[in-house]
Design a protein around this ligand. Structure first.
Ligand SMILES: C=Cc1ccc(O)cc1
Length: 178
């Protein structure tokens, strides 16, 4: 994708893959002006995926976007995207229990909201683990808003490469192998 990002509308509907400087690889989709979907390919909670997470999404200045939300696990997230520079910055605030039991969160969260809410009561919250990292954006795709095909299955080994190599979506940004 070579477009210059100028407005909030330029950002909404964009699908990203990026690698944090600590090596964690994430995939994130601006589904609409108040919703995000994501998949985690590498790092402490690799394998986790989430759709329809409510988020606050705004443009801070031309081409710079801020996204923040709080999750059923108690994890808080603040992301800053600078797509014109192929960079973003993310800060993840993990409750202590996610650091100690990451495996509980490695699933399609939407089908296990009760378990996330039970776990955040059962285990400890503090001290939180704060992970602030810069990331390099390795893929951007214009998926359009409210595209349910973007994040529609669990992550698998090689998925980011399939997406980057044009093997995952057709010309209408629909998933090829359904
Ligand atoms: C915990 C979720 C999460 C999603 C995207 C991202 O870049 C960081 C955290």
């Amino acid at each position: 994708m070579t477009k210059q990002f100028k407005t909030l509308d330029d950002f909404l509907g964009t699908h990203f893959i990026y690698t944090y400087d600590n090596g964690w690889e994430y995939e994130w989709y601006a589904k609409n002006d108040h919703t995000a979907d994501y998949r985690i390919h590498g790092g402490m909670v690799a394998g986790r995926w989430v759709t329809d997470q409510k988020a606050d999404i705004l443009m801070l200045t031309e081409g710079v976007y801020k996204v923040s939300w709080t999750e059923p696990t108690g994890t808080d997230v603040a992301l800053d995207f600078m797509p014109n520079e192929n960079k973003m910055h993310g800060t993840i605030f993990f409750p202590k229990w996610v650091e100690e039991h990451p495996e509980i969160t490695v699933t399609y969260q939407n089908e296990h909201i009760d378990l996330m809410e039970e776990s955040r009561e059962k285990y400890e919250t503090y001290p939180k683990l704060v992970v602030p990292e810069m990331a390099k954006i390795t893929y951007m795709g214009d998926a359009g808003q409210n595209n349910e095909d973007v994040i529609s299955e669990a992550p698998y080994q090689g998925m980011p490469d399939d997406i980057r190599n044009g093997k995952y979506f057709n010309e209408n940004y629909q998933r090829i192998n359904k």
